[in-house]
Design a protein around this ligand. Structure first.
Ligand SMILES: [Fe+2]
Length: 247
């Protein structure tokens, strides 16, 4: 397993990971303009990027997903709920689907809340856990869970409803993972996708459970806290979303 994290524009974190022995890799949440970084890193590792995944249709930057997929000859993947929304063909991902790249397996975890189509990826290394067993080593959390914060729930409207959906995604799909599982989010501090995000680019399930205040609230308090002071939406949001939907 190799793993690279890129800190880039709009306080975004992008990822490239895969299997060096089998020469295959997955890119996650690339920002437009960073395609050459991914191609160069893949070259250094002697791997072919087979899948480019956006954890959701982004509302805070231009995605480089389709451009990178085209350049690398890879599949561009989004959650299946985008089928009626986006204006281009994409590889549809469903909950619990396994994306196998050599000895590395990324399991799709549908975690709506920040947006209805948000997914996380639970990544296992078969060479570490033995045979076909999958025990996640780390979780790419997209904009569902940040270090010290959670994703804002208002971008798709209905913010109270979406905050409650986010509560279920966090408690039902992430916080029940073993405490040692590492978390790698889609943003650090400075992003408009959440409030109070740490500048640290990674954490663990155990540390966030203990110290992230939003994860220690009952549902009603969580919804109230998340919807009390919603920051303004970015001025360019409509442009970014339209471009990322291929409109
Ligand atoms: Fe986002």
């Amino acid at each position: 397993m190799f793993f690279r994290q890129l800190a880039t524009k709009e306080a975004t974190l992008s990822y490239l990971f895969g299997c060096g022995s089998c020469h295959v890799a997955v890119a996650v949440d690339p920002v437009l303009g960073d395609e050459d970084w991914f191609i160069a890193e893949a070259g250094k590792q002697d791997v072919k990027i087979t899948h480019v995944i956006d954890t959701h249709v982004h509302a805070d930057h231009y995605s480089g997903g389709r451009a990178l997929a085209e350049k690398a000859g890879a599949l561009y993947c989004l959650h299946e709920s985008n089928a009626e929304r986006v204006k281009f063909p994409f590889e549809s991902l469903r909950d619990k689907q396994h994306i196998v790249v050599g000895n590395v397996v990324a399991e799709v975890v549908h975690t709506p809340g920040h947006t209805p189509d948000s997914i996380c990826l639970a990544v296992s290394d078969l060479r570490r856990v033995g045979g076909a067993a999958t025990a996640p080593w780390f979780l790419l959390t997209g904009d569902t869970l940040f270090v010290g914060a959670v994703g804002r729930p208002d971008l798709a409207g209905k913010e109270r409803e979406m905050a409650s959906v986010l509560f279920d995604s966090l408690h039902g799909r992430i916080l029940n993972l073993p405490g040692e599982v590492e978390l790698y989010p889609g943003h650090t501090s400075g992003s408009v996708c959440g409030v109070g995000i740490s500048g640290k680019p990674g954490s663990t399930v155990g540390f966030e459970k203990r110290w992230n205040p939003l994860l220690n609230m009952e549902r009603e308090a969580f919804v109230a806290a998340l919807t009390a002071e919603i920051p303004p939406k970015p001025a360019e949001m409509a442009l970014w979303v339209a471009a990322n939907l291929g409109e």
